[in-house]
Design a protein around this ligand. Structure first.
Ligand code: FES
Ligand code: FES
Length: 181
């Protein structure tokens, strides 16, 4: 049988260069490897967390060239020349600090497994709104799941972030957004 059905070859490893939290890095990965695996295998990034591994839970969310994406769906071959940001690289970022404070103030975490993914999605949403997008912060976390079902705290934290003067410009969107929550 093995003559007719040879085992697939292990994909070759190659060096992949990209920017991670502001620093140029080179990581060994196969074309079949994902950004999530590359980050986790480095041992330095723990905020991108494996959950579903098929883009459904948001636990592995990172910023790729400023856009929130599930790192389990980004393949290694897509990384050269791109800029990846994780929570580890955002800890002095004012938008991230506003998100962190809102989550903490509203006790919007239980086990915390999903929290970095929610934070990354919210940072991306706040930045989009500042650039004039009418994106609703609640929609920004539509791809994030909390297995502890701590959605009450998350809704309150999002309402806090959407309030005038907190991480976003007061422009009339915030009030209507709060009413939807
Ligand atoms: S692990 Fe990537 S979206 Fe669930
Ligand atoms: S706080 Fe536990 S998964 Fe969300």
């Amino acid at each position: 049988m093995s003559d007719h059905y040879p085992l697939p070859e292990t994909p070759a490893q190659q060096n992949i260069s990209f920017e991670l939290n502001g620093e140029a890095v080179t990581r060994s990965a196969s074309d079949a490897g994902t950004l999530l695996d590359i980050l986790r295998e480095s041992g330095q990034i723990t905020s991108a967390r494996p959950g579903c591994r098929v883009g459904r839970c948001g636990a592995c969310q990172v910023l790729l060239d400023g856009c929130a994406v599930p790192s389990c769906l980004v393949m290694a071959w897509q990384l050269p020349g791109r800029h990846v940001q994780t929570v580890e690289g955002l800890n002095k970022d004012p938008d991230f600090l506003a998100v962190r404070d809102a989550l903490a103030s509203e006790s919007a975490l239980q086990c915390g497994y999903c929290t970095p993914g929610f934070a990354v999605s919210l940072v991306a949403g706040i930045r989009q709104r500042r650039q004039g997008s009418k994106v609703d912060l609640t929609e920004c976390v539509a791809g994030n799941l909390c297995r502890c079902t701590g959605y009450g705290g998350l809704r309150r934290a999002i309402a806090r972030l959407a309030a005038p003067g907190c991480a976003d410009e007061a422009d009339g969107r915030s009030t209507s957004e709060q009413e939807k929550l």
